[in-house]
Write a protein that binds this ligand. Sequence first.
Ligand code: SAH
Ligand code: AVI
Length: 308
Amino acid sequence: MPDSELEEILAGLRLPQKKISPKYFYDERGSQLFEEITHLPEYYPTETELGIMQDNMDEIAELIGPQASLIEFGSGSSQKTRVLLENLIDLAAYVPVDISEDHLIESSSKISAEFPDIQILPVVADFMQPFDLPEPAIWPRRNVVYFPGSTVGNFTHDDANELLRVMHQEAGEGGALLIGVDLQKDRYIIERAYNDEAGVTAAFNLNMLRHLNREFGFDFDLDAYEHSARYDPFAGRVEVRLVSSRDQTVRNGDEEIPIAAGESILTEYSHKYTLEGFAAMADAAGFSVEKVWIDAERLFSVQYWLRQ
Ligand code: SAH
Ligand code: AVI
């Protein structure tokens, strides 16, 4: 593991409000737990987004047009992407990009078997750092960056803006962005989605500490932290934390970091947007909003943005 990553984690743990980037959720087990989350009855985003895609697939396919290259940021299990791969016309290539290496390789080989006529070019990368994209064998008519799942919500507004600008660049001349974003709504619906009865989200959150122990040499005691997820309606975001249940010290090499009882480590934000707020994000990143699809309950939106 690069020293810079360990430094980044230690720097976050030295802050008055301790925090660790949500990208560290996604080791092999974390990716599997996220996949389980997407099937939970309380976790509305996946099913809702999939429904929006299915209901509007003809229009989406027409807007994207033939021979596009589809570049997915944070592809995970490529669950929703299958609907696109089945319906887009003469796709030039599918490029799934993800930080979770084993999971990406496994998902991509399944996709390759299911869609033998489409060139699949997986890329293992942290998309917040510069990375190279492979060139498809067939020259695409247009690059479409696909960013589903409201993963954009896991970034602060500033980081999301930076990431959207990277996507603007990757989309290139005539390119577009197809993005899924979760909407602000009743607090109860949101908090239920992040505090499921079966405890899968809690296990997903705690698994981050197991990942840090294994890959970076920490000695977190997983039994001494509790999952917390609260929606802040003013900030429009869920704040996911691990709360220390006793005074304790976490060690890494020579470094000792004290953590008091009740003190928390912030592990994730999940921002929820208004349609107006998200249109402002498009504008700031150099895109124009071409089309917005939402479900009947106005829970979630899928948007098609054109590169200006
Ligand atoms: N797109 C899927 C998965 C969303 S989960 C869906 O809609 O269901 C978020 C995904 O983004 C995970 O697969 C995770 O491994 C990946 N991810 C998170 N941070 C990342 C980063 N910085 N760089 C690359 N991939 C990242
Ligand atoms: C990947 N991301 C959009 C999920 C979310 O809803 O913010 C991650 C997640 N965290 C807890 N449950 C799901």
